[in-house]
Write a protein that binds this ligand. Structure first.
Ligand code: SAH
Length: 340
């Protein structure tokens, strides 16, 4: 009989599993504490369980772990991890140290179906959705590597479109907030703009931060660089953002990849301020990170600064995202999960 990975089970499934083994409910609670907060790698390390209980569970069950295939460290301190999943597929996560923060960027899918023209992950095509535990396990495994330093922030900005793997992502967010005990305020989900799912996230998920990859100010250009815009055009996307319930003082982050001669003109900057009117927003300007064969160029620094200035003059918060980890292809849009 195939053993059950206890990490692959939801709360209900765990309760059912323990009940079927004739074990009382508090054993489930203990397991969750040891697996998600203390991050043990195997049943044998749960010292709160008597030896007999550990052995009894080891018959039908085990605790699965991501396998680290490769760990790359950038000159700027960014690290990229290549993980192997149980079926042999691989995914990447990126750890970004910044002052007192330690942010982990995690993947929600192997590959991605959206084919954004500027993103290397898009060239892979879609491989498969990650299960909830494969999303959470990136946090657990990276936390072990960082110990005793604590990961302070999580961003779902790695491979994949989180809102196209909605149920598993919501379940992963629940486990991260309730079991791993990371505050939802310290988690940010980034979407290429699956508008109806933005509404649904607000209803079903923990109150995490929302980031939206806008990247263009006209449907004509956005259609060209982000095909998902043909399904959910800018007006529909921004209507979903306007309806997204935000706690006081919180804002939606809009990512804007600057592509030379494509979306980086003064007119674009001015249109952007008009589009975002009335939305509590902050803008992350990301000068394009090149990859071999990419059909775009990064604008000059002076263009990036001029674009930012137009936004700032109109009272918008706009930061230029320093792209970290470029030397190890760990920057935005550069994840491909290759082991060579
Ligand atoms: N699919 C989600 C999650 C991925 S986030 C989303 O699109 O939001 C990855 C971020 O990196 C997105 O904001 C995307 O616009 C940006 N990005 C992708 N390729 C890039 C590149 N080559 N240079 C700079 N930013 C890029």
């Amino acid at each position: 009989m195939k053993k059950t990975n206890l990490k692959a089970l939801s709360l209900q499934e765990l309760q059912y599993f323990f009940r079927a083994e004739g074990l009382p409910a508090f054993r489930t609670k203990q397991l969750i504490h040891w697996v998600y907060e203390r991050r043990v790698e195997d049943l044998g390390s749960i010292s709160e369980y008597a030896k007999a209980l550990r052995e009894k569970l080891a018959g039908p069950a085990y605790i699965g772990n991501l396998v680290l295939l490769k760990r790359l460290t950038s000159a700027d301190g960014t690290e990229k991890y290549l993980w192997e999943l149980e079926d042999g597929q691989s995914i990447e996560s990126v750890l970004i140290p910044d002052d007192d923060r330690l942010t982990l960027c995690i993947s929600s899918q192997a590959g991605c179906a959206l084919k954004c023209a500027f993103c290397l992950t898009g060239t892979l095509g879609f491989v498969r959705n990650l299960a909830a535990h494969e999303i959470v396990d990136q946090v657990i495994a990276a936390s072990r590597l960082m110990d005793p330093r604590q990961i302070t922030n999580i961003v779902l900005m790695g491979m994949g479109e989180p809102l196209m793997n909605f149920d598993n992502v919501v379940e992963a967010l629940r486990r991260l907030t309730e079991w791993v005990k990371i505050s939802p305020r310290r988690i940010t989900l980034s979407t290429a703009g699956v508008a109806p799912r933005i509404h649904e996230l607000a209803q079903k998920g923990p109150a995490v931060n929302l980031a939206v990859s806008l990247n263009a100010t006209t449907n004509e250009i956005r259609d060209r660089i982000m095909p998902i815009n043909k399904t959910y055009p800018i007006e529909q996307l921004l209507a979903a953002c306007r309806a997204f319930p935000l706690p006081p003082r919180r804002r939606i982050t809009f990512e804007y990849v600057l592509l030379k001669g494509v979306n980086d003109t003064d007119d674009d900057a001015r249109r952007l301020t008009v589009l975002l009117k009335g939305i509590p927003a902050k803008i992350n300007l990301i000068p394009f990170n090149p990859f071999p064969g990419a059909p775009f160029e990064r604008p000059d620094d002076s263009r990036v600064l001029a674009f930012q200035q137009i936004l700032v003059d109109r009272k918008l918060t706009a930061l230029i995202r320093k792209s970290k980890g470029q030397d190890i292809l760990a920057a935005c849009g550069q994840l491909k999960a290759e082991s060579s």
